[in-house]
Design a protein around this ligand. Structure first.
Ligand code: ADP
Ligand code: 5GP
Length: 230
């Protein structure tokens, strides 16, 4: 990690973090999706966006260079290191981490925007395990899903098949995949992305189940009880 940056778990970051009540809402779903690079997070997230228009995709900041098909503001807010470091110093991120040699972070304003969007009932965060760990420490009511490839051979095939990266980048991402999979226990659900439609069905079921949790439906049950009293 760059030496002129406070660590992503530094106390200044924590004190500027939102109070958990800011993010705790019984009907607002916060879903973290993580995986080793190439396992299919982006593919699955795009499908989720179509099926759940009331969930908003969190657009992270990154110092990585855009890939050919990526659009600034849609896929990422692309920034340089100096700008990113300034945002860290200003306490602008709920979490941030260095991944594959680049900085990535989720800004607090991204979540505020979602909370203020009429009809928005939750957010999807495509972030790595370090970010998942930081958000978990700050926001209690969060659902974590880790996506696994069916095999390491298939993972490397997908990394190469993406064709937007050099062989050196593919090798670097593959080399850290084991270290990322080691953190699977930080998550509530593990989805295996073998057949994309089946993986998507599992993801969809997780969202539907999370939305039906007693804690989320309790206010309705209580309201029914209240209105049932004559
Ligand atoms: P990530 O966002 O996790 O890095 P991507 O969604 O970019 O991964 O997927 C990496 C590559 O693998 C892409 O070329 C994508 O089209 C392909 N891919 C994703 N899921 C599957 C799947 N279930 N079967 C075959 N190829 C897949
Ligand atoms: P990519 O460069 O392939 O888009 O993403 C590389 C990795 O960075 C992925 O594991 C992705 O989940 C992670 N990532 C993307 N945005 C964020 C973020 O805001 N915070 C953290 N901690 N990781 C992120």
């Amino acid at each position: 990690m760059s030496s002129n940056l406070p660590t992503s778990d530094s106390s200044s970051d924590v004190t500027r973090a939102p109070s958990s009540s800011r993010y705790h809402a019984s009907d607002f779903l916060l879903l973290i999706l993580s995986s080793p690079s190439g396992a299919g997070k982006t593919t699955l997230t795009r499908k989720l966006e179509t099926s759940f228009p009331d969930l908003r995709f969190s657009v992270s900041h990154t110092t990585r260079k855009p890939r050919a098909n990526e659009v600034s503001g849609r896929d990422y807010h692309f920034t340089d290191r100096t700008q990113f470091e300034r945002l860290v110093a200003d306490g602008a991120f709920l979490e941030w981490a260095e991944v594959h040699g680049n900085l990535y972070g989720t800004s607090l304003s991204e979540i505020d925007r979602a909370r203020e969007t009429p009809g928005c009932r939750g957010m999807i965060f495509d972030i790595d395990y370090q970010g998942a760990r930081q958000i978990r420490a700050k926001v209690p009511d969060i659902t974590g899903v880790f996506i696994l490839p069916p095999s390491m051979e298939e993972l490397v095939r997908r990394l190469r098949g993406r064709a937007s990266e050099t062989e050196e980048v593919v090798q670097r991402r593959f080399a850290v995949a084991t270290g990322e999979i080691e953190h699977y226990a930080l998550f509530d659900y593990l989805v295996v992305n073998d057949k994309v439609d089946e993986a998507f069905d599992e993801l969809r079921s997780i969202i539907v189940a999370q939305r039906s949790r007693r804690e989320r439906r309790a206010p309705l049950a209580e309201a029914l009880l209240r209105s049932g009293r004559l």
